[in-house]
Design a protein around this ligand. Structure first.
Ligand code: TRP
Length: 465
């Protein structure tokens, strides 16, 4: 998919070649964006934060902050054409500022390592659910049975650890062999297949009798009940689901051909990602209400509702198996993106081979992941600040590190880079450009800072800050 042609414009080219087509780029970015964040995290975080108002804030953040930050990341990446650390150093100097912007890349490397540490644990759950589905455990099962299967599974740290190890192994294998391209091809059928399956499930949830309740929960905002912590969670979710704020998209942007429209590509990815998340919510919440479950259930929400619904359908075991296979694939393609900044950095700064780098970085991530493995069993009662160790790693990365990274990216693209550089990358200084620049200069950085400060202020009042 990558070709080694130099661009005709005589501008900088990437050492690793360029994407062969705009479609290849969109597939790669979609593969990283669509993952557990849409199907697993969005419904459970929306449920924990009361639904409606959270969903609205999330959508607002996606459009007003997520989209301009994604465009900024891609344009910075394409202009620098290096790994995120080197790109930020280079552009920092080129735009008359300093090499210190490279620290943003380091923040991204660390964020990726921590996110993947728990992402892999949840992806391990999906692997386990493939086997459970295939062996017919959910066929015609009732709500209590499905919930029972979930709690006895996560309560058993040995199996959870095994699945986490297996998933990290698969990820290390692909990253080490450098065969990501193959997986990106998989995105071509996986994302449409996931969408199609969700539409089938939507039909089922519409027939569940509680569709109205689910829709009302998702779309009736109760702003009185909205806390700044929920606003922060919504903003964090927007960053997480779009894979932005840590330089991963910047790294992909480095291989993007000159002529591809950054605005168009970003719009396509954001639309697909948001559609899948909303669809997941529309499938899951009616099922939650139809089966007397709690929307604020937490990380187990999807694992307790979807197998239940699928188990009621004809060929339920088949569909359930298919669903978890697709979800595992989606998680896999995201995991590659999460690991890439750390691996690229280890290769370039520590002179490791790609295989060594993948193994060492993977081992570190696996080890940090133990904290999340045990958060659902041995250490389930060990809670502080945001909750269990898992909750804290998630909170620190999604709600603090990604928004901070996104703020720096927006400030860099909006204030440090000159007008000529950014308008050149975004294809002219028309209305869309002006809108992007306004969002990147003012709305995104100010919005992010404001929400962070409000949320921290709230912590202060609670005596936690
Ligand atoms: N967006 C991914 C998901 O929704 C998770 C993710 C966050 C990610 N940051 C990333 C993936 C960076 C790749 C690169 O599941």
């Amino acid at each position: 998919m990558l070709t080694n042609q130099d661009s005709d414009s005589g501008k900088r080219t990437s050492l690793h070649g360029h994407w062969s087509s705009k479609m290849a780029f969109i597939l790669a970015v979609t593969g990283s964006a669509v993952g557990l964040g849409n199907v697993w995290k969005f419904p459970y975080v929306a449920g924990q934060n009361g639904g409606g108002a959270f969903v609205l804030v999330y959508l607002g953040c996606v459009i007003l902050i997520g989209l301009p930050v994604m465009m900024s990341e891609i344009l910075i990446g394409r202009r620098g054409r290096r790994n995120p650390v080197a790109t930020m150093e280079l552009l920092g100097e080129e735009e008359g500022s300093s090499k210190k912007w490279g620290w943003l890349g380091v923040l991204g490397v660390v964020a990726g390592i921590f996110i993947l540490s728990y992402y892999s644990v949840i992806a391990g759950w999906t692997l386990y659910y493939i086997v459970k589905s295939a062996t017919g455990a959910f066929q015609s099962a009732d709500a209590a049975t499905v919930s029972g299967i979930f709690s006895s599974f996560v309560g058993n740290w040995k199996i959870v650890l095994f699945c986490h190890t297996l998933f990290m192994g698969l990820t290390i294998f692909v990253v080490a062999r450098g065969v990501e391209r193959g997986l990106e091809q998989a995105v071509r059928f996986m994302v449409p297949a996931l969408l199609a399956l969700m539409v089938v499930l939507l039909g089922y949830s519409m027939a569940s009798g509680s569709f109205g309740l689910g829709v009302a929960f998702m779309f009736t905002p109760d702003f009185d009940a909205l806390t700044w912590q929920s606003v922060l969670a919504a903003m964090g979710q927007a960053f997480f689901t779009l894979s932005i704020g840590m330089g991963a998209i910047m790294a992909y942007g480095a291989y993007l051909p000159e002529e591809t429209s950054i605005t168009g590509a970003s719009g396509a990815v954001v639309t697909a990602d948001t559609a899948i998340a909303i669809l997941a919510g529309l499938v899951i919440f009616p099922l939650v209400f139809a089966n007397g479950l709690e929307p604020g259930e937490g990380p187990g929400l999807v694992f307790q509702t979807l197998p239940l619904a699928l188990g009621q359908l004809p060929f339920g075991s088949f569909f359930s198996t298919l669903f978890f296979v697709l979800l595992s694939f989606a998680a896999w393609t995201s995991a590659l993106g999460l690991m890439e900044p750390a691996v690229a950095w280890a290769v370039e700064h520590h002179r490791k081979t790609r295989g060594q780098a993948a193994f060492l970085v993977g081992l570190l991530i696996w080890f940090i992941g133990l904290a999340s493995v045990f958060s659902f069993n041995l250490l389930a009662e060990t809670t502080f600040l945001a909750g269990t160790l898992f909750d804290n790693v998630d909170y620190l990365t999604s709600n603090i590190m990604l928004p901070l990274g996104g703020m720096v990216i927006a400030i860099f693209a909006g204030w440090i880079m000159c007008r000529n550089s950014t308008s050149e990358e975004l294809g002219g200084a028309g209305t869309l450009y002006k809108m992007w620049r306004f969002l990147a200069r003012f709305v995104a950085p100010v919005g992010i800072l404001f929400v962070l400060l409000q949320a921290v202020g709230l912590l202060d009042k609670l005596g936690l800050g």
